[in-house]
Design a protein around this ligand. Structure first.
Ligand code: NAD
Length: 258
């Protein structure tokens, strides 16, 4: 494994589980000092343990990514303790409930938008100045295939993820000339603990979903994390303002030849 993140400081949100945990482990295995942020303190402790046992270095932070106070305090801490920020993976997110628009509870809609979209705005608002002072950097924001599609029942989620795509493009446009690349990641069906639990409750739906994916399987979180790490690495030095879809072909469209 290359150590191309040696000496670099990387922030990962939603690092207490799933894709964020695997990204934190992957950045660390490539030499980064990782700030792992999440609301879930038990999850964070497990992530830290995995990193330290593998010989990596990490600091954990209990942060609500929708809170401006939490986010600004975290970035001030990173500046004070590490003095720089080279990459940020703004990845924390929630799905919200599944209701038709006319039945969608307005408070739930607002909550999904706060956790998934306001969080990415706040993250970048405080990360970009520190990255500029660090001489440049890279940001990856987690969107979803729901940034490209219209999954019935998931209006808040789809709206938030379409918003992440738009914010990413604006941030990329504003910061490319400052040596900061901003991109988004659009995962498809990822076998995180939440998805595995949902599949166990509704195996027929899970089977249908898998059959509809050209790869005929969901992804492991590490397969998605690898794409986020690549987007933040120097290997992606000319990739700016893009949304990288990692979905086993789910959004190709068209039909398979029978
Ligand atoms: P996950 O539930 O395993 O991890 C999400 C993490 O975010 C959790 O640890 C949770 O505690 C944290 N989090 C939630 N709200 C937070 C808040 N307010 N502040 C800080 N942390 C908070 O799920 P995951 O699948 O790893 O999701 C990561 C990202 O990937 C999310 O943005 C999600 O929307 C996106 N995504 C997931 C899938 C999938 O199939 N799993 C598909 C497309 C997109």
């Amino acid at each position: 494994m290359t150590e191309d993140f040696n000496g670099k400081v990387v922030l990962v949100t939603g690092a207490g589980s799933g894709i964020g945990r695997e990204a934190a482990r992957a950045f660390s295995s490539r030499g980064a000092y990782v700030y792992a942020a999440d609301v879930n303190e038990n999850g964070l402790a497990e992530t830290e343990d995995l990193i330290v046992r593998a010989g990596g270095k990490a600091a954990i932070a209990r942060v609500d990514v929708a809170s401006e106070e939490d986010v600004s305090t975290l970035l001030a801490r990173i500046e004070r303790d590490a003095g720089r920020l080279d990459a940020a993976f703004n990845n924390a997110g929630i799905t919200g409930g599944t209701y038709r628009i006319e039945d969608y509870p307005t408070d739930d809609f607002d909550r999904v938008l706060r956790v998934n979209l306001r969080s990415v705005f706040l993250g970048m608002k405080y990360q970009l100045p520190l990255m500029k002072r660090s001489g440049g950097g890279a940001i990856c924001n987690t969107a979803s295939v729901a940034a490209l599609t219209g999954p019935g029942g998931m209006s808040a989620y789809a709206a938030s993820k379409h918003g992440v795509h738009g914010l990413t493009r604006v941030a990329a446009m504003e910061n490319a000339a400052h040596g900061i690349r901003v991109n988004a990641l659009a995962p498809g069906w990822i076998e995180t603990p939440m998805v595995v639990a949902n599949s166990a409750q509704n195996p027929a739906f899970a089977e249908l979903a898998r059959t509809a994916i050209p790869a005929k399987r969901g992804a492991q979180p590490a397969e998605v994390a690898a794409a986020a790490v690549w987007l933040c690495s120097s290997a992606a030095s000319y990739v700016i303002g893009q949304m990288l879809v990692v979905d086993g072909g789910m959004t190709i469209g068209g039909f398979e030849l029978q």
